[in-house]
Design a protein around this ligand. Structure first.
Ligand code: C5P
Length: 240
């Protein structure tokens, strides 16, 4: 049974820097201890034996840049499973592009993982694969520790409308994993309805498929802001 991972990495990372305006490489190319974040993320999957193929969606202009990074001393054991392809206008389109050309049976597993979550562990990957096999769809998540407020945005700022009981909240992380047939159906339905979600599970939920949650970790951060980058520097000094 195949396990294919899709890494959408075609964003601009505009919350991190002025990359979009300055045409500088996007946030996944920032280095931690001299190693680009995307290479770290990719390596976590390449080192996991159950992963068959890694499909990375990049901005067209950044494909040669990442090819160059891979050709400079990255061991063949890490690169042999990797396919680079062009992403789309949003995350969902980038994942859809990566799905095109996937050769998979209905029961094979497709994982999707954020390019900027380099601290994913083989335990998390394994748990999501197992839960996706069992339930059809599964994500990594962590319980909410903060109190969550629903707000209404106004010109002056946000106004609280309600407090959402936090025991009912899980913060979604990645990897998110699906049987190929489940993800294919959810993407086809979303495209037909013009629905754009912020993660793959939201597409699968609306197609009526239950999605299981397995335990993630507070360290499985999505490096989004300069403060996250500082924390990531700290984590990357330790052994994974
Ligand atoms: O913007 P956000 O942080 O939600 O992006 C999540 C992921 O989707 C990132 O890994 C980003 O590179 C990717 N993405 C993409 N194609 C886009 C926009 C975002 O692959 N057009």
């Amino acid at each position: 049974m195949k396990v294919i991972v899709i890494i959408p990495a075609a964003g601009l990372g505009t919350r991190m820097s002025t990359a979009a305006r300055k045409h500088t490489p996007s946030k996944q190319f920032a280095e931690l201890q001299g190693v680009p974040i995307l290479l770290r993320t990719m390596s976590r999957f390449a080192e996991t034996p159950e992963i068959t193929q890694i499909r990375i969606a990049l901005r067209k202009s950044e494909i040669p840049l990442f090819q160059d990074i891979l050709s400079k001393g990255t061991p063949e054991t890490l690169t042999k499973k990797t396919v680079l392809l062009e992403g789309g206008d949003n995350r969902q389109q980038s994942v859809a592009n990566a799905m095109t050309g996937v050769e998979a049976a209905e029961d094979d597993i497709v994982l999707v993982h954020d390019a900027v979550r380099p601290f994913v562990t083989s335990r998390m990957i394994h748990d999501v694969v197992e839960a996706a096999r069992r339930y059809g769809a599964a994500i990594v998540g962590v319980p909410a520790v903060d109190t969550i407020k629903q707000v209404e945005r106004t010109a002056e700022g946000a106004l609280i409308k309600a407090t959402i009981p936090r025991e009912k909240i899980v913060m979604a992380q990645t990897p998110q994993g699906f049987r190929y047939s489940v993800l294919r159906k959810a993407f086809d339905e979303a495209a037909a309805d013009g629905f754009i979600g912020t993660d793959e599970a939201s597409l699968v939920e609306r197609s009526g498929q239950p999605v299981a949650v397995v335990m993630g970790s507070a360290q499985n951060i999505k490096i989004t802001t300069p403060a996250d980058l500082e924390l990531a520097e700290f984590y990357s000094q330790r052994k994974p």
